[in-house]
Design a protein around this ligand. Sequence first.
Ligand code: TRP
Length: 412
Amino acid sequence: MEPVTDGVEDLEINGKSVEDIVTPWTVNSKNDAGVDYDKLILRFGSSKIDQELLDRFEKITGKSCHRFLRRGIFFSHRDMHTVLNLYEQGKPFYLYTGRGPSSDAMHLGHLIPFVFCKWLQDVFDVPLVIQLTDDEKAIWKNLKLEEAIRLAYENSKDIIACGFDVKKTFIFSNLEHIGNNVAFYQNMIRIQKSVTFNQIKGIFGFGDSDPVGKIAFPPTQAAPAISSTFPFIFKDAIVPCLIPCAIDQDPYFRMTRDIAPKLGVPKPALLHSIFFPALQGSQTKMSASDFNSAIFLTDTAKQIKNKINKHAFSGGQATVEEHRRLGGNCDIDISYQWLRFFLDDDDKLAEIEKNYTSGALLTGELKKELIEVIQKIVAEHQERKKAITDEIVKEYMKPRDLGFKLTNNSIK
Ligand code: TRP
């Protein structure tokens, strides 16, 4: 196994724990500016997305980088240069991402990987598979299977509303799909054979009283990173995989990368994002179970305005006079941090940063900018979602040929 620092271990200095906690289930930092992502790169053993990679990305694709790349929102990677090499040589790869459908309403943070995947799919013109881990949520949240499946279908509408090309995108519910796909099950078993309980415990920290379903789950999330899991898409070809995800999902894919050589398949490449901060501050990510920590994709314009005005943690000063004199702190100001995710205009963002830092822009004014941006995004999303019928969902969820043909040793 690659060194498995799972992020759970807290370092203690003078009796105070100093490490950020980053696991697939918990994200917590003691720092107002949030998790120290440079340290996380060292702990997880991934690589920083640096200017050289961004320049190469633009050179090879001929497209300017998405704001998530320009602004370090996707900040870490594994083997992205290998993916760019493939693309340069005209060789295929595919995208894989997923979502654990734990609630009806998805929030803004949930959009990040999907907005990014949509952009990657357009830039590279490659197939995308999206795993809905309703099985995972049924086990962890103790949901009825029927309820977990219902949530998977409900969430798929929000995902489809991000604009994925139905000709190139396969979305599946684990609970519905795996039983109908022997190749999937066989790859799960190949992975289960290759990982010990000790390794799973080391990576994920499960204990003796956890349901065995938790222990058996990681191979289920790993299998879609192997192209032979989807014979109806890739036929017999071995096609490398690129996984965009939030950094907390990395443990699953460290495990996958570790066993890939044993199975004779390429290690999946990864692009990792930072977390979308909660309204209350960057110490933790947005949570669907805390109504006031998040803006939901179902919120009205008025709810958005009220939540931001009332709850968005401010890096401004206590009084207008002080603010004018000392200026605001963009590093901890949630309104500014959210604008980094969603305001595409670099010049406007730079101006806001300058004016807030100098004190020329007040917190109320900054919040007003954010409210407008978010209201527009959510309203447009709701409009697109309205058009997505059950029939359309079924299309995306049908196992099918995504138009890939074998040529020589590659597909396409
Ligand atoms: N476990 C993830 C979650 O709870 C869902 C998921 C499945 C996923 N496969 C993935 C996320 C691949 C990113 C990439 O959200």
